[in-house]
Ligand binder design. Structure first.
Ligand SMILES: [Zn+2]
Length: 89
């Protein structure tokens, strides 16, 4: 048993449960940290299922940076993460 591979216990922003955080989110930088510290593995798994549908429905093409932005927007909404800084009060 190696302790450093154990996911941290976090308070999930979506379901409100204290659970293991996402282990290896496929996003860089701040978003990665947010996913690891604010999203539980169950909710992440839910999102991964929905993600496929979002990509298909919106016909997102990851050759375009805009597509990733759109996807991340949906992800934040689904996971109850705060909107990016541009949001109005
Ligand atoms: Zn959760």
């Amino acid at each position: 048993m190696t302790e450093d591979t154990e996911p941290t216990q976090i308070l999930c922003a979506r379901c409100g449960e204290t659970a293991s955080g996402v282990v290896n989110p496929p996003y860089p930088g701040e978003l990665r940290g947010e996913l690891q510290s604010r999203v539980c593995q169950n909710c992440w798994a839910e999102w991964l299922k929905l993600e496929v549908m979002v990509i298909n429905e919106l016909q997102l093409n990851f050759m375009e940076p805009r597509s990733l932005e759109i996807l991340v927007g949906h992800m934040r909404e689904f996971l109850c993460l705060d909107a990016p800084a541009e949001s109005d009060e």
